[in-house]
Design a protein. Structure first.
Length: 248
């Protein structure tokens, strides 16, 4: 069935002010189509591209069963100074907005979109909402995963092979790296700290794809090798001070 909008939107098509910023948002949010974004089991119904000179992306949520549960938010991709919002902040802000919606804390939406979804325009205060939210340890664990590829293509690649929250402050990421004799590969468990010195889950965790290829290529990972009875890998390396170390 072809969906034909019943009324034109107030935005103008084919004009965007977001570009790559929107692409990053789409990449980060797409994983929540079938996985709950909040404890209320809300998932993504859609991420709609920005249009218009002052437009922003529109994010639609629903409970995955009943379309009448849907709600959408017009959001911003930058803060008041025009700096790009960190992708994690979008997840945190949308969780807060979804929770406020579920608890009836939001005013009645002033409009609906062409699919009949009630829309809240939160662009003006979106950055403030995002900045006031704190990540969970699961958020911090997720950050490095997005930086790793799925396969080893050459000496500059490290491929994700698994991961686990090793303890309450450390993520262990299993990566395959090129061995001494190609095409052999070895599996290394890399420990990364996920909390700052105050014990708060980190919004920014050093990206494994920046550091690991160089360490693997120069065979420097062995300098960080620690004794560990982990049977899931060939060796464990503690790089908590090098990658994603404690923040002040």
């Amino acid at each position: 069935m072809r969906i034909v909008p019943t009324a034109p939107d107030e935005w103008h098509p084919h004009v965007t002010v977001a570009g790559p910023e929107y692409e990053g948002l789409l990449y980060w949010l797409r994983g929540f189509v079938a996985v709950p974004l909040t404890g209320d089991a809300l998932v993504l119904r859609g991420v709609l591209p920005p249009r218009g000179a002052d437009g922003g992306p529109r994010v639609a949520l629903w409970n995955g069963r009943d379309l009448s549960s849907s709600v959408a938010f017009d959001i911003a991709v930058t803060d008041a100074e025009g700096d790009l919002l960190d992708p994690l902040l979008h997840i945190l802000a949308l969780r807060r907005l979804a929770a406020d919606h579920a608890l009836g804390r939001l005013a009645r939406p002033a409009k609906t979109d062409t699919f009949g979804i009630p829309v809240h325009d939160v662009r003006q205060r979106y950055a403030e909402i995002a900045a006031a939210c704190g990540p969970t340890i699961s958020d911090a664990l997720d950050l490095p995963l997005r930086a790793l590829t799925a396969q080893v293509r050459d000496l500059e690649d490290c491929a994700l092979w698994g991961f686990v929250l090793a303890d309450d402050e450390t993520g262990r990421y299993y990566v395959r790296i090129p061995g001494e004799n190609q095409p052999e590969e070895i599996t290394v468990g890399v420990d990364v700290r996920l909390r700052d010195r105050a014990g708060t889950p980190k919004r920014l965790v050093g990206m494994l794809d920046v550091y690991l290829p160089g360490l693997a290529y120069e065979r420097d990972l062995t300098r960080y090798r620690v004794a560990d009875g982990d049977g899931y890998c060939d060796m464990v390396c503690d790089v908590t001070e090098l990658i994603g170390g404690p923040e002040e």
